[in-house]
Structure formats: C-alpha cells, structure tokens
Design a protein around this ligand. Structure first.
Ligand SMILES: NC(=O)c1ccc[n+]([C@@H]2O[C@H](COP(=O)([O-])OP(=O)(O)OC[C@H]3O[C@@H](n4cnc5c(N)ncnc54)[C@H](OP(=O)(O)O)[C@@H]3O)[C@@H](O)[C@H]2O)c1
Length: 286
C-alpha cells in the first residue's frame, strides 16, 4: 500500500476542520495547521495533534500534501502569498477544496514546483458536527498521477466516491451541481410564492411542498429521471399545461420558468413513450 502523505491544513473553517479530524481518525498524520484566526487554528491543531504554523507557507513546507480550505475568494491571494514566500518545493502538493474554482487557480504554486489540484467534497458542511462522508462524492482534479493517486486514496479512506474532472471542465461540473443542489430551492421559493398569493399559510405550504419534493427525491434514488418524472408532462396532458400557462399569465417570471422547464421535461416524457407534440405546441404557444 502507498504510504499516507503527511497532511497540512490552511483554513480551519468548516471544511478544513471536518476533513482534518476525519483524516486524523483514519491514520493520516496531520503535520501542520494555519488559519487567520489563531484560536481556530489552535483548536484544530489540538484536536488532530498537529503543529500550529504562523503562516500558510510554513504549512506547505511541513506537509507532503496541504489542503487549502480557505474561502473561495481567499484562494488566489493565499496561493500568491505562499508562492511569494516559498523557494522551489518539488515533491510537495497542495489542493484547494472549492467546487467552483479549478486547479489552475494554483498556477503560481505549480510554478514553484508544487503538484496542484483540487478535492471538492459534494457535501454541505455546517461546522456544527464532524459528518460521516461515507458514500459522498468527491470531485478530484489532478494532472499529476502521484497526486491523483493520493487524492483517490483519501476518498477511498473516507469511503467516498471519486469523480475525476478532466482539465478545463470544473465549471461544467459545478454548473451541474448548481442545477441539482441550488435550483430546487429556487423552485420551492416560487411554489411558495404562488401558494401564498392564494392565501395558504406558511406552515401548510411546508406540509404541502416538502413531502412532495422528498417523494420525488426518493423516486430518483431508485429510478432514472424519465421514470421518476411525475405530473402532467409525464402523462402527456397538454390541457393541464395550457391551464397552468393561463393562470400564470400575470406572473411573467413564473410563466417563463414554467415554459423553459416544461420544454426541458419533454425529452424525459418522450423517453417513457409519451406523445409530446401537443404539449410542445401548447408550451410554445403559451
Ligand atoms: N461549507 C461547505 O459546505 C463546502 C462544501 C464543499 C467545499 N467547500 C469549499 O471549501 C472551502 C472552505 O469552505 P468552508 O465552508 O470551510 O469555509 P469557512 O468555514 O468560511 O472557512 C474558511 C476558512 O478560510 C479562512 N479564510 C477566509 N478568508 C481568508 C483570507 N483572506 N486569508 C486567509 N484565510 C482566510 C478562514 O480563516 P479564519 O476563520 O481563521 O479567519 C476559515 O478558516 C471553500 O473553497 C468552499 O467553497 C465548502
């Protein structure tokens, strides 16, 4: 088995603290921690038996693999600060944990000889508890084979599932996550607004909508999207679509979204053998 790299953590926030604690529990040696907030760095270092460092560059020099777990907006500046302090550091590696930034944001460190990449856990860390990441997907970006193997090993140790991101595809990957992870909340907000307009109380709205969304998610766990699609489009019900578009005539935002999503749903209906021509005509006319 490949020996485990020693780990450094820069940014003792939600992700840095959770990954550090989990990895320490899995046998990784946590060599060094740095954070702007000295108390946060000390608390994490004490929990994982690591040394607190005065600067991010010190962490990189003490660890074989550093996790740069600062907020997205601080990645560039932290990397630049490290690069301006370091000499040539061949053999060491550094990865950030952002879902939206790609590994090229660490270019200045690659120029210092570091192997660079990213490791994005697809999980909403709250900071309140150290979660189990068993079964969680992790996006891995690493052009260097040895770094890719180290990151794969971390994901395997956490019992997660790796997703390898080809060069230049990080934004593509992140857009997909925004569709699945963010936009359902927007749609909930829209549905809430429509029900509020007709006088339904907040508590009742939650009772109406949350089990509906949860049931759809449960179906998606066991069925492909075409089979899990509920509602009028799955039944080829063009008359219902026409009625919906009529009542949404006064709400341009809701109507435009309804039409766009209904059009996007038609291929799913087609995949289950539903005739969609009448629905398409209704949506396009609406
Ligand atoms: N939270 C999530 O659910 C989640 C999930 C997957 C990936 N991520 C990614 O993981 C990374 C960390 O996210 P997080 O949620 O752990 O953030 P967080 O809890 O806000 O922690 C961010 C850390 O960055 C440090 N930091 C912020 N600005 C800094 C600066 N200008 N210079 C140096 N350090 C700075 C903070 O240091 P001090 O507090 O010591 O000042 C803190 O330790 C981000 O790239 C995020 O996109 C987050």
């Amino acid at each position: 088995m490949t020996p485990l790299p020693t780990i450094g953590i820069i940014g003792a926030g939600r992700v840095g603290s959770a990954l550090g604690r989990l990895m320490a529990g899995l046998g990784y040696r946590l060599a060094a921690v740095a954070s702007r907030d000295a108390a946060a760095a000390a608390a994490l270092a004490a929990a994982v038996d690591a040394q607190v460092c005065a600067s991010p560059a010190d962490v990189v020099q003490r660890a074989e693999l550093t996790l740069l777990t600062v907020s997205d907006d601080a990645i560039d500046s932290t990397a630049a600060t490290i690069a301006s302090t370091l000499g040539y550091e061949a053999g060491r590696a550094i990865v950030h944990t952002s879902g939206s930034r790609d590994a090229t944001t660490l270019r200045s460190l690659a120029e210092r000889g570091l192997r660079v990449g990213s490791l994005h856990p697809v999980y909403p860390f709250t900071g309140n508890v150290v979660p189990s990441l068993v079964g969680v997907a992790f996006a891995i970006e690493a052009e260097d084979a040895a770094l890719k193997a180290q990151l794969t090993q971390i994901v395997a140790a956490l019992e997660g599932v790796p997703i390898y991101i080809p060069p230049g595809k990080k934004a593509h990957y992140h857009a997909a996550l925004v569709f699945a992870g963010n936009f359902p909340v927007v749609l909930y907000g829209l549905a809430e607004r429509l029900l509020t307009q007709m006088g339904v109380e907040d508590a009742t709205i939650r009772v109406a909508l949350l089990p509906l969304m949860q049931g759809t998610l449960d179906n998606l766990r066991v069925q492909p999207p075409a089979a899990a699609l509920p509602g009028p489009i799955s039944r080829g019900d063009a008359g219902t679509l026409a009625a919906h578009l009529r009542v949404l005539a006064d709400d341009e935002e809701a109507r435009a979204l309804y039409r766009a999503l209904a059009l996007a749903a038609l291929p799913l209906a087609e995949a289950r053998g539903v005739e969609t021509a009448a629905m398409r005509a209704t949506i396009e006319a609406g």
